[in-house]
Design a protein. Structure first.
Length: 341
């Protein structure tokens, strides 16, 4: 058959689906983490107007879930320094998205709780007392025991749950295996491949997807992808995970996020071509509310972030360098990083 000027030939099968058949999967769901991940560049001091703008855009664009912030401890992240989206107190949530009902809107609201940084037994209230539908638990490999406790607690409180193993590029396979074994018995609905340092290439995505899928076979859990853009591979790695079978994909508006940022939502929705997704509301948000942020904050795959990504290092050093007086002396930054090896 002719398809966009090309003939699709599949041995033993005639393709009858409409273009583009590769990326259309009704079960594939997209999560927006603009406010949660993007807030790391400004201590989550976003205005209510911007947070509501992202929320309204997710509704209009047909996005499946929005991560509105963290459920992290005010003891560790003072409210004098950090904005409300670092804590997601119920009063703040209700002030901006009060009355939200995912059964009516089709949009699920999520918050992330970090192992070691959340007073989760107090902060995660029963789901019938919150507008939140989902809790995503983020943790490092050595924190997996607490993470499983957090997942179980959130599940008991009535939430959907996801497990986000961070910095997966910085641990060995036996550590990954131990985490997967622990999470496989938990009620987490999704296990997310998280490229915290923006270091992974396609081959590593392939290996990790295979490892995750084999370890979680028969559990009913989905596999997600959360990619960072240090080497300008966030979109490519997200595509790779989706083609392999990942049915949960994270993105942010204009790639907004700490350091190099994330997979851009506008690129991801264009790739998926699911008719339920509408790109125009996203483009409008980029023009009206995201682009103006560049006047006060910086993100994107600049050279220092490329360097930390290649070296499998936390972007913290690049962020500190970009905040200094010699922020454009990329060679000095490179020499400093190499000297630390």
């Amino acid at each position: 058959m002719q398809h966009g000027g090309f003939k699709i030939i599949v041995p033993g099968k005639i393709m009858t689906d409409k273009a583009p058949w590769i990326t259309y999967r009704p079960e594939l769901k997209v999560l927006d983490c603009t406010v949660r991940d993007g807030g790391l560049i400004n201590n989550h001091l976003f205005t209510d107007e911007l947070v509501r703008g992202v929320y309204d855009t997710c509704l209009a664009a047909g996005i499946d879930a929005m991560e509105i912030g963290y459920k992290n401890s005010p003891r560790l992240f003072s409210k004098d320094e950090f904005g409300p989206w670092r804590h997601c107190d119920e009063d703040d949530l209700n002030r901006v998205v009060g009355g939200h009902d995912s059964t009516q809107t089709g949009l699920k609201l999520a918050a992330m709780a970090d192992a070691g940084k959340s007073d989760w037994k107090e902060q995660i209230v029963p789901s019938d007392q919150s507008v939140l539908d989902m809790i995503r638990v983020a943790f490092y490999a050595h924190q997996v025991s607490e993470a499983v406790e957090m997942i179980c607690h959130a599940h008991e409180m009535g939430y959907e749950t996801m497990a986000n193993l961070m910095a997966v590029s910085n641990i060995n396979e036996s550590e990954i295996d131990a985490v997967l074994e622990a999470v496989s018995d938990s009620p987490a609905g999704t296990m997310v491949i998280v490229d915290s340092f923006g270091h992974l290439h396609r081959e590593q995505i392939d290996m990790l997807y295979k490892k995750y899928s084999e370890a979680l076979a028969g559990t009913g859990k989905d596999i997600g992808i959360h990619a960072h853009n240090n080497m300008q591979l966030a979109f490519a790695n997200t595509i790779e995970a989706i083609i392999l079978g990942s049915n949960r994909a994270d993105a942010t508006m204009a790639g907004l996020g700490r350091g190099a940022g994330n997979c851009p939502m506008e690129l991801l929705l264009g790739f998926l071509r699911n008719p339920k997704f509408k790109l125009r509301p996203v483009i409008q948000l980029l023009r009206d509310q995201i682009a103006p942020l560049r006047e006060t904050v910086e993100w994107g795959p600049l050279v220092p972030y490329n360097i930390t990504g290649q070296m499998n290092r936390h972007p913290r050093a690049a962020m500190e360098f970009r905040a200094g007086d010699e922020k454009d002396d990329f060679l000095k930054f490179y020499d400093n990083m190499v000297s630390d090896i």
